[in-house]
Design a binder for this molecule. Structure first.
Ligand SMILES: Nc1ncnc2c1ncn2[C@@H]1O[C@H](COP(=O)(O)OP(=O)(O)OP(=O)(O)O)[C@@H](O)[C@H]1O
Length: 262
C-alpha cells in the first residue's frame, strides 16, 4: 500500500523587501512512499525539505498539485490525516518550564488518552527513548538539545502514527544521541510505522533510508536506493558516495550549496 503520494506539488513564497520576488520553495515535486518504508529527502539548506514536510503534515497548503496520505487528501481530509501522522521538527514546541513528564502527559491529554493510560504510556516511551527516569521531573529547559529531541520523538509515539514525518531529526545532536535517535527510527519502522525523514547528512541517509530522493532548489533531482544512486554514477566503483551522486546530478558540491545559503 502507498503511504504517501505526492504529485506535481509546488509551493511559492513572496520574498524580498517589497515581497515582490517569487521563490519556488517546492517546484513540481512528485514521489511515492510505500508502507513501512524509511524514505529520505536529502538536500542542502534551503532546498525545500521543510516546506515539503509542512505541506504533507497539513500545516501549509500546496499552491499546485496533490498530496495523499494513506489515500486521504491533505486539503479535503486534513483532520483525518492529522490523526494518523505525527511530525517532529527541531523547533518542537514545549512548555520549557515544565518537566518532560508533564509535557508528555499534557500532550497525551490532548490526544485523548485517559490519565491512567497516559501515565503508563509516558513511562514506557521514556524508557524506549532512553530518558533517564530520575530526570523526568526536571524542567525541560535544563535538558540538552539531544534530550529535548528525544522527548519530541517520545511525544510523536504517544499516538502510534502510521506515518511519521521527521524534519532533520538528528541535526545538532552529539554522536551518541544521534545514534540513539537513529535506532529509535529503525525500531519505529519495525513496529509498522512508515517514516519520511529529511536530512542534509549523507551518511545518515545512506545508513537509515530504504530509498532517498535528492532535492535541490525545490526540485527532486533523482530517486532511488542509496545503492542504485551510487551505481548510476559509476557502476564499476565501490567508492562512490551520496556526495558524488549529488555532484553528478547537480554539478555542484553539497558543501558549497550548504555554505552558500547558510
Ligand atoms: N514562510 C516563508 N516565507 C518566505 N520564504 C520561505 C518561507 N518558508 C521557506 N521559505 C523559503 O523557501 C526555501 C525553502 O525553504 P525550506 O525551509 O523548505 O528549506 P530546507 O531545505 O528545509 O532548509 P533547511 O535545511 O535550512 O531547513 C528557502 O529559500 C526559504 O527561505
Amino acid at each position: 500500500m502507498k503511504a504517501l503520494e505526492v504529485y506535481k506539488v509546488s509551493k511559492y513564497f513572496n520574498k524580498g523587501k517589497k515581497r515582490k520576488e517569487l521563490i519556488r520553495a517546492v517546484d513540481s515535486i512528485s514521489f511515492e512512499v510505500y508502507e513501512k518504508e524509511i524514505f529520505g529527502i536529502l538536500g542542502p539548506n534551503g532546498s525545500g525539505k521543510s516546506t515539503l514536510i509542512r505541506m504533507i503534515s497539513t500545516l501549509l497548503i500546496p499552491d499546485e498539485g496533490t498530496i495523499k496520505v494513506f489515500g486521504y487528501d491533505v486539503i479535503k481530509d486534513a483532520f483525518k490525516i492529522r490523526n494518523i501522522i505525527n511530525r517532529v521538527s527541531v523547533e518542537a514546541s514545549f512548555f520549557k518550564k515544565l518537566s518532560a513528564k508533564e509535557n508528555l502527559l499534557f500532550a497525551a491529554g490532548l490526544y485523548g488518552l485517559s490519565r491512567k493510560r497516559a501515565f503508563k504510556k509516558v513511562l514506557e516511551l521514556s524508557q524506549k527513548v532512553n530518558l533517564p527516569h530520575n530526570r523526568l521531573n526536571e524542567p525541560l529547559e535544563d535538558f540538552s538539545r539531544g534530550m529535548q529531541q528525544k522527548v519530541a520523538i517520545a511525544r510523536a509515539f504517544l499516538t502510534s502514527p502510521k506515518l511519521l514525518l521527521l524534519d532533520e531529526p538528528t541535526t545538532g545532536l552529539d554522536p551518541r544521541a544521534k545514534k540513539e535517535v537513529q535506532e529509535l527510527i529503525v525500531n519505529a519502522r519495525k513496529e509498522g510505522t512508515t517514516i519520511l525523514l529529511t536530512t542534509h547528512d549523507m551518511l545518515e541517509a545512506e545508513k537509515l533510508c530504504d530509498r532517498v530522493a535528492i532535492i535541490h532548489k525545490g526540485k527532486i533531482i533523482v530517486i532511488g536506493t542509496p545503492e542504485e544512486l551510487k551505481r548510476s554514477v559509476n557502476p564499476h566503483s565501490k567508492n562512490v558516495t551520496l556526495e558524488d551522486v549529488f555532484m553528478f546530478y547537480t554539478g555542484e558540491t553539497f558543501e558549497e550549496e550548504f555554505q552558500e545559503v547558510s
